[in-house]
Write a protein that binds this ligand. Structure first.
Ligand code: ADP
Ligand code: MG
Length: 458
């Protein structure tokens, strides 16, 4: 039973939410929200506008639900409605203590990012000079260089995609840094993540400063936007982004985008944005080969002015294959160990290394595949599992069937039963079709690689 008043319940939940996110996010997204109703286990939360609604639904749903459940355990679900709640003084206090005047978004970066240039938001450490090129990223790198030579003219937009930790942010920031240098700051460059773009927009709306926001983006010569897959499902943000994009594009300003998947695979991306993204140059970054992994390690080592025996570098490069960020992380730990001198004993170093390097994960459950496919194509897991006949889910479902067959060798009837209670012949047909299509369809090949990356990193 729940004897708590709405406000008390919300205040307690906010107390917990506040501990889990940055102060800037907390203020941006939770001010002027409140519980409107709490009935039959469903809590209805009033929010100030459509942006907040989308954002809270997409990003904070789980966190809010968990915080509410910790306080009142009979809560099952959440609803959000647009219904501004002007916070009472007791609530407002939560938002007022702490930093007040700081623009919210600037606090949102992890420590290292704080060294970024204030004008451009670029981190000076990302350069072409320390970006190692191999066959896995050479197209992307060449396109990036071409953009530096002819901003706004050759490839517009430039769209770079690839899995996590493979150098997208590094490369798109390198473009920005090089343009700043080459054009002696005459070109106004701005780097921003899609999430920050969204939260800036929301703040602007909140403070009635949308015109300023728009004006700011109209002034830019080179706009670099990271991780545009986060725009998926955010219709209002996409709309504003579309206008910002067009305003720049029409003036031949350069736009550079990154994403963890190709535009075609961001399913809740508005068609007009998708075709904009596809209208320029699309280049992917895949996984580095052994030689490149070693070269990257040596480059990082030199940057840190450290040395390590070759067999240790080989060991790292052999065992960490799929994520350059992880490779770098492991290297940093070995360097730290090495500095602690007790590890001149190589056997010891290898032993410690093996604890750092997690063994390749073994995939055991078909649900992991379904989840990864659903995430990749932005559809609901339940729609894949149920009989849902929507056209958008038919294709992802066939991919899921194919992957469960390929990766787990499950029987056709088993797969049919788990994906919408379908006949085994349907599954056979789907697997066969995918098998054939993969031979000739390069986009599909890449999608499968990206989905597998997801599956095995879960
Ligand atoms: P992503 O944005 O694709 O998730 P990042 O650009 O953040 O990946 O790269 C992760 C880390 O790996 C960064 O520290 C980056 O400097 C490093 N890195 C990635 N690709 C390369 C490369 N080709 N050469 C050197 N370092 C790289
Ligand atoms: Mg990145």
């Amino acid at each position: 039973m729940n004897f708590m008043l709405h406000e008390e319940l919300w205040q307690t939940a906010l107390g917990e939410i506040e501990l889990n996110i940055s102060r800037a996010n907390f203020i941006t997204w939770f001010r002027d929200t409140g519980i409107i109703k709490n009935k039959d286990g469903v809590v209805t939360i009033g929010v100030p506008n459509g942006f907040s609604k989308e954002w809270l639904e997409n990003k904070y749903n789980k966190l809010i639900l968990r915080a509410l459940r910790n306080t009142s355990n009979n809560i099952k679900d959440l609803r959000f409605i647009i219904n501004p709640v002007t916070n009472q003084p007791s609530m407002e206090k939560i938002f007022k203590t702490g930093i007040k005047k700081e623009p919210p978004a600037s606090l949102d970066q992890p420590f290292e990012e704080l060294v970024v240039d204030k004008e451009t938001n670029l981190n000076p450490k990302y350069k072409f000079a320390n970006f190692i090129v191999g066959s896995f990223n050479e197209l992307a790198q060449a396109a990036a260089k071409a953009v530096v030579g002819n901003p706004g003219e050759l490839y517009n937009p430039l769209f770079i995609y690839g899995g996590v930790g493979l150098g997208k942010t590094h490369l798109i920031q390198a473009i920005g840094n090089e343009i700043v240098e080459k054009y002696k700051k005459k070109k106004k460059v701005k780097y921003i993540s899609s999430e920050k773009f969204t939260s800036e927009l929301v703040s602007a709306l909140h403070n009635g400063k949308v015109e300023d926001f728009k004006e700011k983006y109209r002034q830019i010569d080179v706009l670099v936007i990271d991780d545009v897959q986060f725009l998926a499902g955010k219709e209002k943000t996409q709309e504003e982004f579309f206008h910002a994009f067009n305003a720049l594009y029409q003036k031949n300003k350069q736009i550079i985008l990154s994403s963890d998947r190709p535009p075609r695979a961001i399913s809740t991306l508005e068609e007009r944005l998708r075709s904009r993204f596809e209208g320029g140059m699309i280049a992917d970054i895949s996984q580095p080969d052994m030689e490149t992994r070693l070269a990257i390690l040596k480059c990082k080592l030199a940057e840190k002015k450290a040395t390590l025996p070759d067999d240790i570098l080989n060991h790292l490069a052999t065992n960490i294959q799929k994520n350059i960020r992880e490779l770098e992380g492991a290297l940093n730990r070995v360097i730290a160990l090495n500095n602690l001198s007790f590890t001149t004993d190589k056997d010891k170093i290898f032993k410690i290394l093996n604890d750092i390097i997690s063994p390749p994960k073994k995939l055991t459950h078909y649900k992991i595949i379904i989840q990864a496919v659903a995430e990749f194509y932005d559809v609901n897991t339940s729609e894949l599992i149920n009989r849902c006949r929507k056209k958008e889910v038919a294709y992802p479902r066939q991919i899921a069937m194919y992957l469960i067959r390929e990766e787990l060798k499950k029987s056709f009837p088993f797969i049919g039963e788990k994906l919408g209670g379908r006949d085994h012949t349907t599954v056979m047909y789907a697997c066969d079709k995918m098998q054939k299509e993969i031979q000739s369809n390069e986009t599909l090949q890449q999608e499968i690689v990206l989905i597998k990356e997801r599956i095995y990193s879960k």
